[in-house]
Design a binder for this molecule. Structure first.
Ligand code: F3S
Length: 65
């Protein structure tokens, strides 16, 4: 599974980082999320799916499985 955050959609709601703190990083400048590594470890996939569903801006996309 690969995941990306759309920087144009992200508004810094931080829910993604609460659901999957090992995958999503929040900018100290604007609080917007990014991923250091698009490849999601198998043991983080459930958390990332929860993060996708939790984002009110629909800013997180799973780009392949
Ligand atoms: Fe941004 Fe959505 Fe996370 S708005 S900080 S990607 S919950």
């Amino acid at each position: 599974m690969k995941v990306r955050v759309d920087p144009d959609r992200c508004q810094g709601h931080t829910l993604c980082a609460m659901r999957a703190p090992e995958v999503f990083e929040l900018s100290e400048i604007d609080g917007h999320a990014s991923v250091a590594d698009e490849d999601v470890p198998a043991d983080q996939e459930d958390q990332v799916n929860e993060a996708v569903m939790s984002c009110p801006e629909r800013a997180i996309a799973i780009v392949s499985t």
